[in-house]
Design a protein around this ligand. Structure first.
Ligand code: G3I
Length: 362
């Protein structure tokens, strides 16, 4: 007899024998456990964005303005993702094709699409040696420094309040073992060009998170990773405004997912910045590809300040490396095995506390 039947019979519950109480407790616990399992599996999110949001994170995609008329593409975008990055439309050649003549039409199409649907926007990118318009490629010295700062200020001001995170500076370090800065016309204006760009971005849009973004910075032992780490450490120590580090994470046979990836994420995070996986794609197919996606997601969820993942395109056919079929949807827009592994890993996460949502502090 349990307490309920004791009450129903009018007999005092104190007549329960100890063994009956134990059985009752065990049965009760089993019921509670069953309820928890049922409710947790019943609430498993069915899209990448919804699942990431449950973990206090975003799951985004790089998108192209000229594909916003493709209904399959937009259908996947709106269903699955809660953040976007313009793949090319915010680059310097797109936004300032002639000096001091700004063009935001295509970037605006993406920003408006995202904001009207509650998606975050990652701005990409304000200062980069590549995809510079002709007028900038031919500049140097003080004129180039001022033109770069003017570009940062004008674009970040135009989008003030609309951008979650800016890739303020992109790919400023050299490949290989030197750990040196990449030689470029921007670098030749002086080693402080990166911090100057960050200060200008902060002044223009104090609410946006300001990121340094690069590739081949995934393996903790690589000289390039260590060099970026030392720069971020130096910026934090000197109060240069930086809030996040973007790891592009383009993985293939030449640049494979490294087993120390989680160490890289957590080491950057320990400097007091958010870490974002900004351009994820993994060449391959089937189980090998799916399991690598799973590990990347698990690594991010294990690091509280890894607060978002962006894949660099939607369908394989949208990818800059389409031959490598590196994305989560096939050419027809069907979910791949890699998609299922990614969603499973997102849904399985949750032991990690949510990342900081504090606004920029410097
Ligand atoms: O839009 C023109 C089109 O009108 C023209 O007919 C065609 C002819 O080549 O070119 C088209 O522009 C291309 C553009 O992508 C849009 O498709 C450019 O040539 C091409 O260079 C450009 O490539 C982009 C690349 O950056 C340029 O550096 C890729 O789409 C874009 O995915 C890629 O993104 C970069 C990130 O910004 C930084 N990290 C690496 C990543 C992959 O390279």
């Amino acid at each position: 007899m349990n307490n309920a039947s004791a009450r129903a019979s009018g007999r005092p519950a104190t007549r329960l024998r100890p063994r009956s109480a134990l059985v009752s407790a065990v049965v009760g616990l089993a019921l509670v456990a069953t309820a928890v399992v049922v409710s947790s599996s019943a609430s498993a999110a069915t899209t990448l964005g919804a699942s990431a949001a449950e973990k206090g994170r975003y799951f985004g995609a790089a998108i192209a303005a000229n594909k916003l008329s493709d209904s399959t593409y937009v259908g996947i975008l709106n269903r699955e993702f809660n953040s976007v990055t313009p793949e090319n439309e915010m680059k310097i050649d797109a936004t300032e094709p002639q000096q001091n003549q700004f063009s935001f039409t295509n970037a605006d199409r993406i920003v408006n699409h995202a904001i009207s649907r509650g998606m975050k926007v990652r701005g990409h990118t304000l200062a980069w040696h590549s995809q510079q318009p002709g007028w900038m490629q031919n500049m140097s010295g003080t004129a180039l420094r001022n033109a770069m700062l003017n570009h940062v200020t004008r674009v970040a001001t135009y989008y003030r309040g609309k951008i979650d995170s800016w890739d303020v500076v992109n790919e400023a370090f050299a490949d290989g073992g030197s750990g040196a800065r990449r030689d470029s016309n921007l670098q030749r204006t002086g080693n402080d060009w990166i911090e100057a760009a960050f200060r200008a971005a902060r002044a223009a849009d104090p609410g946006a998170k300001l990121c340094y973004n690069d590739y081949n910075t995934d393996d903790w032992t690589h000289a390039k990773t260590q060099a970026v780490y030392r720069m971020v450490q130096d910026f934090k120590q000197r109060g240069v405004p930086i809030d996040c580090v973007g790891l592009q994470s383009h993985f293939n046979a030449q640049s494979p997912y490294p087993s120390n990836y989680r160490t890289t994420l957590s080491s950057f995070a320990a400097l007091g910045v958010d870490v974002q996986i900004t351009e994820l794609d993994i060449e391959g197919s089937g189980t090998q590809q799916a399991e690598t996606y799973r590990r990347v997601v698990q690594d991010c969820l294990a690091v509280p300040r890894c607060n978002g993942i962006t894949v660099w395109g939607i369908r394989d056919s949208d990818s800059w490396r389409s031959y490598g079929t590196p994305l989560l949807f096939d050419n027809n827009g069907n979910k791949k095995q890699a998609y299922n592994a990614t969603l499973e890993a997102l849904n399985a996460g949750g032991t990690t506390p949510p990342p900081t949502t504090a606004p920029p502090t410097t």
